[in-house]
Design a protein around this ligand. Structure first.
Ligand code: THU
Length: 141
């Protein structure tokens, strides 16, 4: 199901807040993301880089981990909005697609920016034939 424009506006605002709080002194590429859960919660995050570059964590994963880590019950992700202060929107990287799939295989993904262009996907389009919990003989609980 597609999210409402009211929910989208709240997610866009939260993603912009995530970008404002990003820590990206090395790339100077600021990213914010916001996640809407099926129980109506919104969690946001920015990319957090590290002097040991490979330890950087993307905005999308920080937002997902906040949503999941803050909940007492299992989390389902309905939508993710990604904001970059760039002229063109940015789609999520492969690692983030895999992490979103764990909690939101049917999630709606929208990327927004400072320009008019916007990207809209379903996670399934971005990560076809995904490997997920169902592939394991004994999925974790
Ligand atoms: N980045 C994200 O936060 N999300 C993505 O989907 C792609 C890349 C961050 C990681 C790094 O801090 C910076 O953008 C440049 O790669």
């Amino acid at each position: 199901m597609t999210i409402s424009e009211a929910d989208f506006s709240k997610l866009a605002e939260a993603a912009q807040l995530g970008a404002a709080r990003a820590y990206c002194p090395y790339s100077r590429f600021r990213v914010g993301a916001a996640v809407l859960t099926s129980d109506g919660r919104i969690a946001s995050g920015g990319n957090i880089e590290n002097a040991s570059y490979g330890l950087t964590v993307c905005a999308e994963r920080n937002a997902v981990f906040r949503a999941v880590g803050d909940s007492e019950s299992p989390t389902t992700i309905r939508a993710v909005v990604i904001y970059t202060p760039t002229p063109e929107p940015t789609a999520p990287c492969g690692a983030c697609r895999q992490v979103i799939n764990e909690f939101g295989p049917d999630a709606e993904i929208r990327s927004i920016c400072d320009g008019a262009a916007e990207l809209r996907y379903r996670l399934k389009d971005l990560l076809p034939e995904a490997f997920g919990p169902g592939n394991l003989a004994h999925p974790g609980s």
